[in-house]
Design a protein around this ligand. Structure first.
Ligand SMILES: CCCCCCC/C=C/C(=O)SCCNC(=O)CCNC(=O)[C@H](O)C(C)(C)COP(=O)(O)OP(=O)(O)OC[C@H]1O[C@@H](n2cnc3c(N)ncnc32)[C@H](O)[C@@H]1OP(=O)(O)O
Ligand SMILES: Cc1cc2nc3c(=O)[nH]c(=O)nc-3n(C[C@H](O)[C@H](O)[C@H](O)COP(=O)(O)OP(=O)(O)OC[C@H]3O[C@@H](n4cnc5c(N)ncnc54)[C@H](O)[C@@H]3O)c2cc1C
Length: 627
């Protein structure tokens, strides 16, 4: 029934002020206001339609993405949107595109690693999109091992240039988003060679394509690497392959904030840690953590609304069947994900603060918090993306058969999100970095150095004080266990940041109580999942463990009447969710039925191919039957 809110009764059950929760989720009244305005702008504009995305062939899909990106840019300029509003607009357009890398990596790389002079030259061009850039680091043969990259940048003192070259097939750049078909420039990572000496990997700005006719410049071979997982999804992006055949660039196109090459070919290192060459990755990992809550909350919103609409079994005297959201099994799978979405939101906010703080310290030549920032961004990127990717898939299963339809929105959401577990650092490789940081901390505790920040708790663990561990000894052998320790450390950060959030003043009737319940669900469900570890190490007795489980079930009952309102607080429009199962009005069945008839396969009653491939079979059967 059109216009009827099938979830109205659910909404009436809410025990808290949903509008106040929307502000908590958005971060501030101002953020909420901007989100409302920009999301409506996008949803009301038919140019941003996306419901056909999973049905388009790649070339059409890609052209459509180019059209949308150009149109978005036009609207940004026409409406004179601020940078905040422009990035919100790109968020609500909700289509992975070359612009993500241009704004998300190319510009930050120049800002973070370029000198003031380089920034003055390149940033205005990039901000006006007079050049379009990507981040070309990964190669066919090496991604995780950045020190293993093979592309070379050899200094030629005669011409004051670098010669960029791909010496092997495996040195071909492979994966960079935006590279395949669009970017005119790339921040390219290559080994710096001066006078035969290898100075390791550095960043260089390299022009790839002509600004006149978009053809690759001499010495450049470039193209798209091909179709990726899923329909629509990440196939709107032109992940690319790139080879250099002795391509010359001026010396001043090496990004020289961290280290410099002089006119005479002298290599000079600034007083800053070499690891700042990896700075763009730290920035993007922090952004990815902030994004995880968006993706997870989307899936949870769809699964929660549909779980309230869907009924199976339990009809009494011909009455309605049970809403599947009332099954404890459904709650025990869904509500920890709802709690995780909120938990990741708050840890994302905190990580943004940590990153800003580190950046301010770096300006003042204080590098002391860099290792912690690296460990936190790497670890939380790994934890939040793994939980989110698995969570989206769990939400699909929570929606039963209909979750498998593209019109549920969940298959595409999973396909577009799951590479986040790999890009910007494979999740296991990143957890090994955290493990290494933790082991280093343990080795220092023995020497009396007090850990601070997110590792302060380690200084309070009695048996760690007696440890005399060497970081490398046994590391490889125990790496699988160390990865588990790294995950536990990151979980602790998430829990403590959720608790810190609750210590703030949170206005709105019932809002804090709901967040307390969600926080409880978050840590108790983790405790439940890992109770074997807690029991084995005597951190919990069996009785405590049973009490914790009772408490968890009680919290599920507390959240149940508020579930729909808690996902409404994410404030997602139907356009953004793009899911029939997750419709705000819960009008699922008529819309599923209607959508099926719009599938291109239903354009004709007799399908293409019938006369060639089906009819002959039927004829043959008639013939056989007569025999
Ligand atoms: C929002 C925008 C849109 C997003 C779209 C995303 C599209 C995707 C883009 C990409 O994927 S770009 C490519 C991303 N690639 C990676 O993430 C590669 C992962 N690998 C690495 O980061 C590193 O190679 C490594 C795994 C960290 C290892 O590096 P390396 O071998 O040089 O170092 P180690 O010997 O292990 O460590 C040396 C020392 O440096 C510290 N360290 C390492 N990384 C950082 C860092 N980023 N920041 C600060 N410090 C770092 C490390 O802890 C070691 O410290 P010590 O132990 O020696 O003190
Ligand atoms: C959609 C997408 C977009 C991307 N965009 C970009 C981009 O814009 N720019 C760019 O430069 N790159 C990009 N990448 C590349 C990406 O950064 C790399 O794929 C990523 O860093 C992982 O590296 P890899 O592919 O070498 O994995 P590998 O390192 O080959 O991983 C393979 C397996 O080996 C394991 N492994 C590797 N090393 C270790 C170790 N030391 N110990 C234990 N296990 C290990 C991993 O856990 C994994 O299971 C993108 C990738 C994808 C999928």
């Amino acid at each position: 029934m059109e216009g009827v809110d099938h979830l109205a009764d659910e909404r009436k059950k809410a025990e808290f002020n949903v509008e106040a929760m929307k502000i908590v989720w958005a971060g501030s009244q101002h953020n909420l206001e901007v989100s409302n305005r920009i999301s409506k702008l996008v949803a009301d504009d038919p140019a941003f339609r996306k419901d056909d995305r999973t049905m388009l062939p790649r070339k059409e899909l890609f052209k459509n993405t180019l059209r949308k990106a150009a149109y978005a840019w036009k609207r940004i300029n026409e409406l004179r949107l601020s940078e905040e509003e422009a990035s919100k607009l790109r968020f609500y357009v909700d289509e992975t595109a070359y612009t993500d890398l241009h704004w998300g990596m190319f510009i930050p790389a120049i800002k973070g690693q370029g000198t003031d002079e380089q920034q003055r030259k390149w940033l205005p061009l990039a901000y006006k999109m007079q050049i379009i850039g990507c981040y070309a680091q990964t190669e066919l043969g090496h991604g995780s091992n950045v020190q293993g990259l093979e592309t070379t940048a050899t200094f030629d003192p005669h011409t004051d240039e670098f010669v960029i070259h791909s010496p092997t097939l495996t040195s071909s750049k492979w994966w960079p988003g935006g590279l395949g078909k669009v970017s005119t420039h790339a921040v390219t990572y290559a080994r710096l060679i001066i006078d035969g000496k290898d100075h390791g990997v550095h960043g260089f700005i390299v022009q790839l394509r002509s600004l006149e006719d978009h053809r690759p410049l001499p010495g450049i071979t470039v193209g798209d690497i091909g179709m990726k997982f899923g329909n629509g999804a990440y196939n709107t992006m032109d992940n690319g392959v790139l080879r250099f055949d002795h391509v010359r660039i001026p010396r001043n196109q090496m990004l020289m904030k961290v280290s410099q090459v002089t006119r005479e070919g002298k290599y000079k290192q600034s007083d800053v840690p070499r690891q700042l060459v990896y700075g763009t990755m730290v920035y993007v990992r922090q952004r990815i953590v902030a994004d995880a809550s968006c993706y997870l909350s989307r899936a949870v919103c769809i699964a929660t609304r549909y779980s309230a609409v869907r009924r199976q079994f339990g009809s009494q005297n011909g009455g309605p069947e049970t809403q599947v959201i009332d099954y404890k099994t459904q709650q025990s799978r869904l509500f920890p994900l709802l709690a995780s979405a909120y938990a990741f939101r708050f840890v994302g906010e905190w990580l943004e603060w940590l990153y800003t703080d580190v950046m301010q310290r770096l300006q003042a030549n204080d590098f002391s918090t860099l290792p912690e920032a690296h460990a936190c961004t790497a670890g939380l990127k790994s934890l939040t993306t793994s939980v989110t990717a698995d969570g989206i898939e769990e939400c699909r299963k929570l929606c039963g058969g209909h979750g498998y339809l593209c019109t549920s929105g969940l298959p595409e959401l999973f396909a577009v999100y799951v590479p986040a577990c790999t890009y910007e650092g494979d999740n296991i490789v990143l957890l090994l970095q955290v493990a290494r940081f933790l082991m280093k901390t343990v080795s220092q505790i023995g020497t009396g150095k007090q850990p601070v920040g997110t590792i302060a708790y380690m200084g309070r663990i009695e048996h760690l004080m007696q440890c005399r561990c060497n970081v490398q000894r046994g590391f490889a052998e125990l790496s699988a266990d160390l990865v588990e320790a790294a995950v536990a450390h990151c979980q602790l950060i998430v829990v403590s940041k959720f608790i810190e959030k609750l210590q703030q003043d949170i206005p709105g009737e019932g809002v804090k109580q709901q967040l307390e319940a969600l926080c409880g669900i978050y840590y108790l469900s983790l405790l439940h999942k890992h109770q074997g570890d807690f029991l084995a190490t005597s951190y919990l007795t069996p009785k405590q463990s049973a009490l914790a489980n009772d408490q968890l079930r009680a919290l599920y009952s507390k959240v149940r009447p508020n579930a729909i309102a808690l996902v409404d607080a994410f404030n997602y429009s139907d356009h953004f969710l793009s899911s029939i199962l997750g419709r705000y009005d819960g009008n699922v069945y008529p819309k599923l039925y209607e959508a099926a008839w719009k599938d291109p396969l239903n354009e004709s009653v007799v399908p293409d191919g019938y006369h060639e491939y089906v009819r002959p079979l039927l004829k043959q059967q008639l013939h056989t039957a007569r025999l």
